[in-house]
Design a protein around this ligand. Structure first.
Ligand code: ZN
Length: 164
């Protein structure tokens, strides 16, 4: 097996192991390989290390020496599926009036990492109103949010980013 020295070595580790980015030229066919490889954390933490990898063109195994490695950023891109999906409190707010059709309810979303349930609910500001019924004025509480007045609000639970 032939051995070569890789260039632009960058490494990082996370809880699942190590990641290596290294450019190398195949000593058999001279193919330029820009590889991104998984490895054990122990390999990478040793500092200088060697990995055996297959050339993309000739499929022969080459030992790549990795020295003076830098830090590989952006490893989260490679773990996109592990990314925690943002969650939102959902509040359904009923608009004033009886004939709003599809617009009867407004759904408002507050990210759970910024708002507690109480914080989210308190974004709707209670206001005292009066309604005329049978020639008498009756007080009731409405809720104002974002310049609109709602008849009632209800906490509808938590939704994923993908659901809204
Ligand atoms: Zn090759």
């Amino acid at each position: 097996m032939k051995k070569i020295v890789g260039s632009n070595v960058k490494v990082t580790t996370d809880s699942t192991g190590g990641f290596i980015s290294v450019d190398w030229e195949c000593p058999y066919c001279e193919e330029y390989n820009a590889g991104f490889y998984f490895s054990s954390k122990e390999d990478i933490l040793k500092g200088d290390f060697e990995i055996d990898k297959e050339c993309e063109r000739c499929n022969r195994i080459v030992t790549i020496e990795c020295r003076d490695s830098g830090i590989l950023f952006g490893e989260t891109n490679f773990n996109a599926e592990d990314k925690v999906m943002r969650k939102y409190h959902v509040i359904s707010a009923k608009r004033m009036g009886y004939d709003n059709g599809d617009r009867t309810y407004e759904y408002v979303f507050f990210p759970t990492d910024e708002y507690s349930k109480e914080d989210a609910m308190s974004q709707f500001c209670p206001v005292q109103k009066e309604t005329l019924k049978n020639n008498s004025w009756y007080p009731y509480t409405a809720y104002e949010y974002d310049g609109e007045t709602f008849y009632s609000i209800e906490y509808s639970g938590i939704a994923d980013e993908s659901e809204i």
